[in-house]
Design a protein around this ligand. Structure first.
Ligand SMILES: Nc1ncnc2c1ncn2[C@@H]1O[C@H](COP(=O)(O)OP(=O)(O)OP(=O)(O)O)[C@@H](O)[C@H]1O
Ligand SMILES: [Mg+2]
Length: 292
């Protein structure tokens, strides 16, 4: 590699400075999970490299949790959407054309891997193409390094780097890959997330401007569906959208239709959701913390 190439490599690195993300306002994490994550942070502080799998149902805060970890412990953060990588070389960099000449620009992922204490999120790892993921397995196991033909050097994971991977539960029903055994083995720590308890979920909605009675009606609706004999997965994200609709002047029914019911493709689930909606609309007691 000649010196101009290196300059471009350096330049590419400088342009992609990794930042500590801001705290997620109002993001709720259980006390147990805070403890779990603080143990991860302690290991990372001692220079260990830690891999953590975050699993849970859709829209329960998996992606946000990884970002929030970086924010809480003031770490630079980098996120890869695994499903978007179609070929293994994307991990390392790509050729760029500049004034008729081709330059190789190192990928941000490599830059993040080489940044001490960086938090790297491999988001929706079960959507990764297996052959694409195989190319970086060496970074995730005891080797913590791999030779890159593209970069022509041995990439090493910096001290204290934390890899998070998220896994959406239930996606196997929609034809998304189950988690590969090789990947599972490389993530020996797991944080299992679920939707926040009723009281906390109502508080989240209120912190976004929703009135207390409406917040309690929405969370009651969601919890009824989640514990139905054939559960309807209503996510915290969907409740937030319903709350936004109500804040824009929609009725409870309109908001729930827009955020949850009209997007449901399963007629039986839609029917269950409509029944639960009818119930919270009619039930005057579903409106305060004492009844939640
Ligand atoms: N525990 C929580 N506290 C506050 N807000 C939450 C919480 N969980 C989810 N949310 C809200 O829902 C949104 C979706 O969260 P996020 O994208 O992190 O979930 P996810 O589990 O990664 O979703 P997906 O399954 O679609 O990948 C967040 O932007 C946040 O507004
Ligand atoms: Mg996510």
């Amino acid at each position: 590699m000649h010196s101009m190439d290196e300059e471009v490599l350096q330049h590419g690195t400088a342009r992609t400075a990794l930042a500590v993300p801001p705290r997620e306002e109002g993001f709720w994490v259980s006390a147990k999970n805070i403890e779990r994550l603080s143990r991860v942070a302690s290991r990372s502080d001692r220079g260990e490299q830690v891999n953590v799998l975050i699993r849970g149902p859709k829209g329960c805060g998996k992606t946000t949790l990884a970002r929030d970890f970086a924010a809480r412990w003031s770490r630079p953060f980098y996120e890869v959407h695994c499903g978007a990588f179609v070929d293994a070389e994307q991990w390392f960099g790509k050729d760029r054309l500049n004034q008729g000449e081709t330059w190789y620009r190192k990928a941000r992922f490599i830059h993040a891997t080489e940044t001490p204490s960086c938090v790297i999120l491999l988001d929706e790892i079960n959507r990764a193409h297996p052959e694409v993921l195989n190319a970086v397995l060496g970074l995730l196991d005891w080797r913590r390094s791999l030779w890159s033909d593209d970069l022509t050097y041995e990439v090493r994971v910096a001290a204290g780097v934390v890899f998070f991977a998220t896994l959406n539960e239930g996606e196997e029903f929609f034809g998304v890959n189950p988690l590969d055994a090789a990947v599972r083995d490389r993530f020996p720590r797991t944080v299992r997330l679920d939707y926040p308890p009723k009281r906390e979920e109502a508080a989240i909605l209120q912190s976004h401007g929703l009135s207390s009675p409406m917040a309690h009606k929405l969370t009651e609706f969601a919890h009824t569906l989640r514990k139905a004999s054939r559960p309807v997965p209503v996510s915290t994200r969907q409740l937030m959208v319903a709350a936004e609709e109500i804040c824009e002047g929609a009725s409870l029914r309109e908001a729930v239709e827009t955020a949850i019911i009209f997007g449901t493709e399963d007629i039986a689930l839609e029917k269950t959701a409509l029944q639960a909606l009818q119930w919270v609309e009619d039930e005057p007691f579903v409106a305060g913390p004492d009844n939640s």
